[in-house]
Design a protein around this ligand. Structure first.
Ligand SMILES: [Zn+2]
Length: 294
Protein backbone atom coordinates (compact mmCIF):
# COMPACT_ATOMS: atom_id res chain seq x y z
CA UNK A 1 0.00 0.00 0.00
CA UNK A 2 1.05 3.55 -0.61
CA UNK A 3 2.97 5.31 2.09
CA UNK A 4 2.90 9.08 1.83
CA UNK A 5 4.13 11.95 3.90
CA UNK A 6 1.47 14.61 3.67
CA UNK A 7 2.20 16.97 6.56
CA UNK A 8 5.08 19.36 6.59
CA UNK A 9 7.63 18.43 9.21
CA UNK A 10 6.66 14.78 9.40
CA UNK A 11 8.94 11.99 8.43
CA UNK A 12 7.92 8.95 6.46
CA UNK A 13 7.69 5.67 8.36
CA UNK A 14 10.14 3.16 7.01
CA UNK A 15 7.43 0.84 5.81
CA UNK A 16 3.66 0.55 6.11
CA UNK A 17 1.00 -1.62 4.57
CA UNK A 18 -2.34 -3.24 5.31
CA UNK A 19 -2.01 -6.80 6.64
CA UNK A 20 -3.46 -9.69 4.65
CA UNK A 21 -5.49 -10.57 7.74
CA UNK A 22 -6.52 -8.97 11.04
CA UNK A 23 -3.79 -8.42 13.63
CA UNK A 24 -1.11 -9.40 11.14
CA UNK A 25 -2.18 -13.05 11.24
CA UNK A 26 -0.80 -15.36 8.60
CA UNK A 27 -4.09 -16.99 7.56
CA UNK A 28 -7.81 -17.00 8.35
CA UNK A 29 -10.45 -19.64 9.01
CA UNK A 30 -14.22 -19.29 8.94
CA UNK A 31 -16.20 -22.21 10.36
CA UNK A 32 -19.55 -22.45 8.60
CA UNK A 33 -22.53 -24.74 9.24
CA UNK A 34 -25.27 -25.49 6.74
CA UNK A 35 -29.04 -25.96 6.98
CA UNK A 36 -29.84 -24.79 10.53
CA UNK A 37 -29.58 -28.25 12.05
CA UNK A 38 -30.49 -28.46 15.76
CA UNK A 39 -27.09 -30.03 16.55
CA UNK A 40 -25.56 -26.66 15.68
CA UNK A 41 -27.29 -25.10 18.68
CA UNK A 42 -27.13 -28.01 21.12
CA UNK A 43 -23.58 -29.25 20.35
CA UNK A 44 -21.55 -26.96 18.08
CA UNK A 45 -22.28 -23.53 19.55
CA UNK A 46 -21.46 -24.56 23.17
CA UNK A 47 -18.09 -25.96 22.06
CA UNK A 48 -17.30 -22.85 20.04
CA UNK A 49 -18.48 -20.53 22.81
CA UNK A 50 -16.23 -22.31 25.33
CA UNK A 51 -13.27 -21.53 23.05
CA UNK A 52 -14.53 -17.98 22.26
CA UNK A 53 -14.72 -18.81 18.55
CA UNK A 54 -17.31 -17.13 16.32
CA UNK A 55 -18.84 -19.00 13.40
CA UNK A 56 -21.39 -18.69 10.61
CA UNK A 57 -24.67 -20.58 10.44
CA UNK A 58 -26.50 -20.67 7.10
CA UNK A 59 -30.20 -21.17 7.73
CA UNK A 60 -33.40 -21.74 5.73
CA UNK A 61 -36.40 -19.87 7.12
CA UNK A 62 -38.89 -22.43 5.82
CA UNK A 63 -37.47 -25.25 7.94
CA UNK A 64 -36.75 -23.27 11.10
CA UNK A 65 -38.27 -25.01 14.13
CA UNK A 66 -39.15 -28.21 12.25
CA UNK A 67 -38.70 -31.19 14.52
CA UNK A 68 -40.07 -34.00 12.32
CA UNK A 69 -39.12 -33.41 8.73
CA UNK A 70 -37.76 -36.93 8.26
CA UNK A 71 -34.21 -35.64 8.05
CA UNK A 72 -32.97 -33.91 11.15
CA UNK A 73 -34.50 -31.46 13.63
CA UNK A 74 -33.85 -27.76 13.04
CA UNK A 75 -33.03 -24.80 15.25
CA UNK A 76 -35.71 -22.26 16.19
CA UNK A 77 -35.78 -18.51 15.60
CA UNK A 78 -35.19 -18.01 19.33
CA UNK A 79 -32.01 -20.12 19.06
CA UNK A 80 -30.92 -18.04 16.05
CA UNK A 81 -31.37 -14.89 18.09
CA UNK A 82 -29.37 -16.28 21.01
CA UNK A 83 -26.51 -17.46 18.77
CA UNK A 84 -26.45 -14.07 17.06
CA UNK A 85 -26.20 -12.36 20.44
CA UNK A 86 -23.18 -14.56 21.22
CA UNK A 87 -21.42 -13.10 18.18
CA UNK A 88 -22.15 -15.80 15.64
CA UNK A 89 -23.32 -14.90 12.15
CA UNK A 90 -26.79 -16.12 11.20
CA UNK A 91 -26.93 -15.88 7.44
CA UNK A 92 -28.85 -16.75 4.33
CA UNK A 93 -29.05 -20.21 2.72
CA UNK A 94 -32.30 -19.37 0.85
CA UNK A 95 -35.82 -19.65 2.25
CA UNK A 96 -36.58 -23.27 1.34
CA UNK A 97 -33.31 -24.74 0.00
CA UNK A 98 -34.22 -25.24 -3.68
CA UNK A 99 -31.69 -25.48 -6.47
CA UNK A 100 -31.87 -21.79 -7.41
CA UNK A 101 -30.56 -22.42 -10.93
CA UNK A 102 -33.89 -24.13 -11.76
CA UNK A 103 -36.03 -21.14 -10.75
CA UNK A 104 -37.34 -18.02 -12.49
CA UNK A 105 -35.84 -14.67 -11.55
CA UNK A 106 -38.96 -13.82 -9.55
CA UNK A 107 -38.76 -17.05 -7.55
CA UNK A 108 -35.01 -16.64 -6.96
CA UNK A 109 -35.63 -13.16 -5.56
CA UNK A 110 -38.37 -14.47 -3.30
CA UNK A 111 -36.12 -17.27 -1.99
CA UNK A 112 -33.27 -14.88 -1.25
CA UNK A 113 -34.94 -11.79 0.12
CA UNK A 114 -37.73 -13.48 2.08
CA UNK A 115 -35.00 -15.25 4.06
CA UNK A 116 -33.10 -11.98 4.58
CA UNK A 117 -36.29 -10.40 5.96
CA UNK A 118 -36.98 -13.34 8.30
CA UNK A 119 -33.41 -13.44 9.67
CA UNK A 120 -33.40 -9.69 10.19
CA UNK A 121 -36.74 -9.90 12.03
CA UNK A 122 -35.40 -12.65 14.31
CA UNK A 123 -31.89 -11.35 15.01
CA UNK A 124 -32.02 -7.64 14.23
CA UNK A 125 -29.19 -8.12 11.72
CA UNK A 126 -29.72 -8.32 7.97
CA UNK A 127 -27.50 -10.94 6.33
CA UNK A 128 -24.60 -9.57 4.27
CA UNK A 129 -23.45 -12.95 2.95
CA UNK A 130 -25.12 -15.87 1.18
CA UNK A 131 -24.61 -19.62 0.78
CA UNK A 132 -26.07 -21.31 -2.31
CA UNK A 133 -28.21 -24.42 -1.66
CA UNK A 134 -26.36 -27.42 -3.11
CA UNK A 135 -23.58 -24.91 -3.91
CA UNK A 136 -25.48 -24.41 -7.18
CA UNK A 137 -25.19 -21.09 -8.95
CA UNK A 138 -25.24 -19.53 -12.40
CA UNK A 139 -24.83 -15.96 -13.61
CA UNK A 140 -28.40 -14.87 -12.80
CA UNK A 141 -28.42 -16.54 -9.37
CA UNK A 142 -25.03 -15.08 -8.47
CA UNK A 143 -25.98 -11.56 -9.55
CA UNK A 144 -29.15 -11.59 -7.41
CA UNK A 145 -27.39 -13.17 -4.43
CA UNK A 146 -24.70 -10.47 -4.50
CA UNK A 147 -27.19 -7.58 -4.29
CA UNK A 148 -26.51 -5.59 -1.12
CA UNK A 149 -24.07 -8.24 0.04
CA UNK A 150 -20.38 -8.55 0.81
CA UNK A 151 -19.77 -12.04 -0.52
CA UNK A 152 -21.31 -15.43 -1.27
CA UNK A 153 -19.70 -18.74 -0.33
CA UNK A 154 -18.03 -19.97 -3.50
CA UNK A 155 -15.69 -22.59 -2.09
CA UNK A 156 -15.60 -24.68 1.05
CA UNK A 157 -13.80 -27.52 2.77
CA UNK A 158 -16.34 -30.21 3.70
CA UNK A 159 -15.83 -31.53 7.22
CA UNK A 160 -17.82 -34.60 8.26
CA UNK A 161 -17.33 -38.32 8.62
CA UNK A 162 -20.08 -40.28 6.88
CA UNK A 163 -19.58 -38.57 3.49
CA UNK A 164 -16.36 -36.56 3.73
CA UNK A 165 -14.39 -39.11 5.82
CA UNK A 166 -12.68 -36.48 7.95
CA UNK A 167 -10.04 -37.84 10.30
CA UNK A 168 -7.87 -36.10 12.93
CA UNK A 169 -5.01 -36.33 10.43
CA UNK A 170 -6.97 -34.89 7.49
CA UNK A 171 -8.31 -31.99 9.55
CA UNK A 172 -4.87 -31.17 10.89
CA UNK A 173 -3.29 -31.41 7.44
CA UNK A 174 -5.90 -29.01 6.02
CA UNK A 175 -5.22 -26.48 8.77
CA UNK A 176 -1.46 -26.83 8.33
CA UNK A 177 -1.87 -26.22 4.61
CA UNK A 178 -4.18 -23.25 5.09
CA UNK A 179 -1.67 -21.57 7.41
CA UNK A 180 1.39 -22.40 5.31
CA UNK A 181 -0.26 -21.00 2.17
CA UNK A 182 -1.64 -17.91 3.90
CA UNK A 183 -5.15 -18.79 2.77
CA UNK A 184 -8.66 -18.09 4.03
CA UNK A 185 -10.03 -21.54 4.82
CA UNK A 186 -13.82 -21.89 4.85
CA UNK A 187 -15.29 -25.06 6.33
CA UNK A 188 -18.71 -26.63 5.66
CA UNK A 189 -20.25 -28.87 8.30
CA UNK A 190 -23.77 -30.33 8.38
CA UNK A 191 -25.11 -32.73 11.03
CA UNK A 192 -23.23 -33.97 14.08
CA UNK A 193 -25.43 -36.78 15.48
CA UNK A 194 -27.77 -36.99 12.48
CA UNK A 195 -28.26 -35.56 9.01
CA UNK A 196 -25.95 -35.43 6.02
CA UNK A 197 -22.25 -36.06 6.64
CA UNK A 198 -22.72 -36.72 10.35
CA UNK A 199 -19.93 -37.72 12.74
CA UNK A 200 -19.36 -41.20 14.14
CA UNK A 201 -16.85 -39.81 16.62
CA UNK A 202 -17.74 -36.20 17.34
CA UNK A 203 -14.66 -35.75 19.55
CA UNK A 204 -12.63 -35.59 16.34
CA UNK A 205 -14.41 -32.33 15.52
CA UNK A 206 -14.17 -30.88 19.03
CA UNK A 207 -10.45 -31.73 19.14
CA UNK A 208 -9.99 -29.98 15.81
CA UNK A 209 -11.60 -26.83 17.22
CA UNK A 210 -9.24 -26.96 20.23
CA UNK A 211 -6.27 -27.35 17.86
CA UNK A 212 -7.55 -24.45 15.76
CA UNK A 213 -8.08 -22.23 18.82
CA UNK A 214 -4.55 -23.02 20.04
CA UNK A 215 -3.08 -21.65 16.81
CA UNK A 216 -4.62 -18.19 16.97
CA UNK A 217 -1.17 -16.66 17.02
CA UNK A 218 -1.12 -17.47 13.31
CA UNK A 219 -4.79 -17.83 12.34
CA UNK A 220 -7.56 -15.26 12.47
CA UNK A 221 -10.77 -17.17 13.23
CA UNK A 222 -13.92 -15.21 12.58
CA UNK A 223 -17.27 -15.25 10.81
CA UNK A 224 -17.51 -15.52 7.04
CA UNK A 225 -18.87 -11.95 6.93
CA UNK A 226 -16.02 -10.53 9.02
CA UNK A 227 -13.21 -12.07 6.99
CA UNK A 228 -14.98 -11.34 3.69
CA UNK A 229 -15.39 -7.69 4.67
CA UNK A 230 -11.77 -7.39 5.79
CA UNK A 231 -10.51 -8.77 2.49
CA UNK A 232 -12.73 -6.47 0.43
CA UNK A 233 -11.74 -3.41 2.47
CA UNK A 234 -8.09 -4.30 2.12
CA UNK A 235 -8.47 -4.34 -1.65
CA UNK A 236 -10.35 -1.04 -1.75
CA UNK A 237 -8.48 1.01 0.84
CA UNK A 238 -5.18 2.83 0.87
CA UNK A 239 -3.41 4.39 3.81
CA UNK A 240 -1.18 7.40 4.25
CA UNK A 241 1.22 6.79 7.15
CA UNK A 242 2.81 9.71 8.95
CA UNK A 243 5.35 9.53 11.74
CA UNK A 244 5.36 12.10 14.50
CA UNK A 245 7.70 12.25 17.50
CA UNK A 246 6.14 9.41 19.47
CA UNK A 247 3.10 8.44 17.49
CA UNK A 248 2.01 7.24 14.09
CA UNK A 249 -0.85 8.75 12.12
CA UNK A 250 -2.80 6.56 9.72
CA UNK A 251 -5.10 8.31 7.28
CA UNK A 252 -7.26 5.88 5.31
CA UNK A 253 -9.13 6.29 2.05
CA UNK A 254 -11.70 3.65 1.14
CA UNK A 255 -14.24 3.61 -1.68
CA UNK A 256 -16.61 0.97 -0.26
CA UNK A 257 -20.09 1.54 1.20
CA UNK A 258 -19.62 2.08 4.97
CA UNK A 259 -23.20 0.97 5.63
CA UNK A 260 -22.18 -2.54 4.57
CA UNK A 261 -18.54 -2.74 5.69
CA UNK A 262 -17.55 -2.37 9.35
CA UNK A 263 -14.33 -4.31 9.91
CA UNK A 264 -11.26 -2.67 11.37
CA UNK A 265 -8.17 -3.12 9.21
CA UNK A 266 -4.70 -3.79 10.55
CA UNK A 267 -1.75 -1.70 9.42
CA UNK A 268 1.76 -3.07 9.78
CA UNK A 269 4.15 -0.20 10.21
CA UNK A 270 7.89 -0.48 10.69
CA UNK A 271 9.49 2.33 12.64
CA UNK A 272 13.23 2.34 13.31
CA UNK A 273 13.36 -1.37 12.61
CA UNK A 274 10.46 -2.24 14.90
CA UNK A 275 7.22 -3.64 13.48
CA UNK A 276 3.98 -2.27 14.95
CA UNK A 277 0.40 -3.43 14.33
CA UNK A 278 -2.39 -0.85 14.47
CA UNK A 279 -6.09 -1.59 13.99
CA UNK A 280 -7.79 1.35 12.33
CA UNK A 281 -11.22 2.27 10.99
CA UNK A 282 -10.91 2.37 7.19
CA UNK A 283 -13.76 4.88 7.00
CA UNK A 284 -12.45 7.18 9.74
CA UNK A 285 -10.32 10.31 9.66
CA UNK A 286 -6.62 10.19 10.44
CA UNK A 287 -6.09 7.98 13.50
CA UNK A 288 -3.12 8.23 15.87
CA UNK A 289 -1.25 5.47 17.69
CA UNK A 290 1.49 5.86 20.31
CA UNK A 291 4.77 4.14 19.59
CA UNK A 292 6.50 4.91 22.90
CA UNK A 293 9.09 7.52 23.87
CA UNK A 294 11.83 8.16 21.35
ZN1 LIG B 1 -27.75 -26.79 2.41
Amino acid sequence: MTVLCLASGCSVAEDGFISAYRDGKQAAVSLTFDDGILDHYTLVAPHLDSLSLRATFWINGASIGQMNDGYSPRITWEMCREMSEHGHEISNHSWSHPNLTNLSEERIREEVFKNDDAIEAATGKRPVTFCYPFNAQNELVASICHEGRILTRDYQEAQGQVNSHSTPESLRAWLDRTIANGEWGVTMTHGIHNGWDQWNDEDVLWDFYKDLASRQDKVWIDTFAAVAAYRAEREHCTIAVRKYRNRIGIKPACDLDPSLYHELLTAEVTVDGHKHLFNFDPFGKEQFFRIGQQ
